[in-house]
Design a protein. Structure first.
Length: 318
């Protein structure tokens, strides 16, 4: 197990919250939602019937696996960013015969350890090299990665949580992580009926509420705040002009919280943004990837055209 510095992660969380609550509008980056509790809650969301992303991506992966196996060849290393419980990747582990190594990269160590053990048990022919790390920072792959093709995998449309400029910068960083002659599979949320998107986020008292409100519990535990989750509500709205879902917590009354020696006022009704989720057309995301130095080999969609998976490469020719 290759592990990042946990104390550095704690310091980064405090610094990020202090910085975010100093902004207008106030915000907390969505990556901090995924502590061990949040990661488990999110897996429950993924498994629910109302979460269309998992259903759509599963359909795409089941259909495109043979094509990937044919293109990638032998001695393949698969690097999954934000691997979670390593459920979605199983379709590729089943259908890419040349896959020899799997590097799950996850910020939640408890979830990573459990998932890696399960993959080792079910796929003994595949070497599993788990990596505890934050994929938004510079990451170095562990020793043991072979000389064959390296494939990045980023599903769950998490890339869409970044501003398009940040997504482009992220894809540029993937050149350093994966090396030249690499491939990348990116899950992308497509523009669709706003009502469908809102329903996936806004079920009152549902798993998404629990997931987002868990950030308050985490702040209490790790930063010493004394907030009550009953003083917040969660709401997500669709901003058509920017083609994005905007998910936020709203204080129900005026609150004051002290973090890192500073006091922050949280006025009633003023949003604390947790997540932006940008929606793309196939063409728009392909253009973004091209600006970051990636060529779209193919872009697959599910039958309902809810999501897409873009198969990218930085090779000069495929």
């Amino acid at each position: 197990m290759f592990d990042a510095d946990p104390q550095a992660a704690d310091r980064a969380f405090e610094a990020s919250v202090v910085q975010g609550l100093s902004q207008a509008p106030r915000r907390i980056p969505s990556k901090w939602l995924y502590d061990d509790v949040g990661a488990a809650l999110f897996e429950g969301i993924v498994a629910s019937d109302g979460y269309y992303v998992a259903r759509a991506e599963r359909a795409i992966l089941d259909a495109c696996g043979p094509r990937l196996g044919e293109t990638l060849g032998s001695d393949v290393t698969l690097v999954e960013l934000g691997s979670g419980a390593s459920v979605k990747v199983r379709s590729l582990l089943d259908t890419i015969p040349g896959l020899k190594r799997y590097v799950p990269l996850e910020i939640s160590e408890a979830q990573l350890v459990e998932a890696a053990e399960a993959i080792r048990a079910d796929y003994p022919a595949i070497e599993v090299l788990p990596l505890v790390a934050d994929y938004t920072q510079d990451v170095v792959l562990p020793d043991g990665v072979g000389d064959g093709p390296t494939v990045g995998l980023f599903l769950g449309t998490t890339l869409c949580n970044l501003h398009p400029d940040e997504s482009e910068a992220f894809l540029r960083r993937m050149h350093s992580l994966l090396g030249p002659d690499a491939f990348f599979l990116a899950g992308v949320d497509l523009v669709k009926d706003p009502a469908l998107m809102a329903a996936a986020y806004n079920a009152p008292g549902g798993a998404m509420w629990d997931f987002n409100l868990n950030i308050v519990t985490r702040m209490n535990r790790e930063l010493g705040t004394a907030l009550d989750i009953a003083d917040f509500r969660h709401e997500a709205t669709y901003n058509a002009a920017l083609a994005r879902i905007e998910a936020a917590l709203y204080p129900l009354r005026d609150l004051t919280v002290r973090i890192g020696g500073q006091d922050f006022n949280l006025p009633a009704g003023a949003p604390i943004v947790l997540e932006y989720s940008y929606k793309y057309t196939i063409e728009a995301f392909s253009e973004l990837a091209a600006r970051a130095g990636w060529t779209t080999v193919e872009a697959w969609t599910d039958p309902e055209r809810l999501c897409s998976i873009h198969f990218l490469t930085n090779r000069s020719a495929v």
